[in-house]
Design a protein around this ligand. Sequence first.
Ligand code: SAH
Length: 215
Amino acid sequence: MRQDTYKHKGLRQQMVEKLRQKGISDEAVLQAMAAVPRHWFLDGALDAYAYEDRALKIGCEQTISHPSTVAMQSQLLALKRGMKVLEIGTGSGYQTAVLCTMGAKVFTIERQKGLYEQTRKLLADEGYKARCFLGDGYQGLSGSYDRIIVTCGAPEIPSALMAQLKTGGIMVIPLGEEEQEMLRITKEGESRDEWKIEKFGTYSFVPMLDGRNMG
Ligand code: SAH
């Protein structure tokens, strides 16, 4: 059993207060982030930093996003309980766990086998009911989704993902190579001129890589 001590809970509450001060106002997001033990998703050696607003290494040259980035992306999704959400870039599984705690039915794809295996086990052991897939996020996953969240920097908007987004659905995607602009795309209709695109500032994500080189 992984531990969640009073100390962790206290640090987590402080993290949530800081998110509030930074303008996160969606109570469902704040409650979920107050509930999910972020330190479970990190190597034990990083325990002391788990509740700072930092991105940290999770192995395989990847990083867990800043808590403020997870909060922002989760808030932009405008999620309702029971919605089907597709996540690209499972990574540590922290964002996945936050979405599960918000009541979403989460489908998540990771391209790196080691991370996929490790995170799938962690999520299952801790009772998060996400469905995990090893695959290429550019191709997405067959089905149709109310929401899509991309957690790596995408050089373009993947057309397969737009096709898998329901009409009326929302995709949150950091777009760009060196740095990314956070976009919220609302699919008001099938054709590209019916996509409403809003911008929410600059971020720095690890790149969304070609799925054929499954390191
Ligand atoms: N949501 C994660 C963020 C991890 S970083 C978290 O909370 O920890 C982004 C992840 O996207 C990395 O694990 C990386 O391996 C993965 N990734 C990059 N390109 C991908 C692709 N084409 N398909 C699926 N996953 C991809």
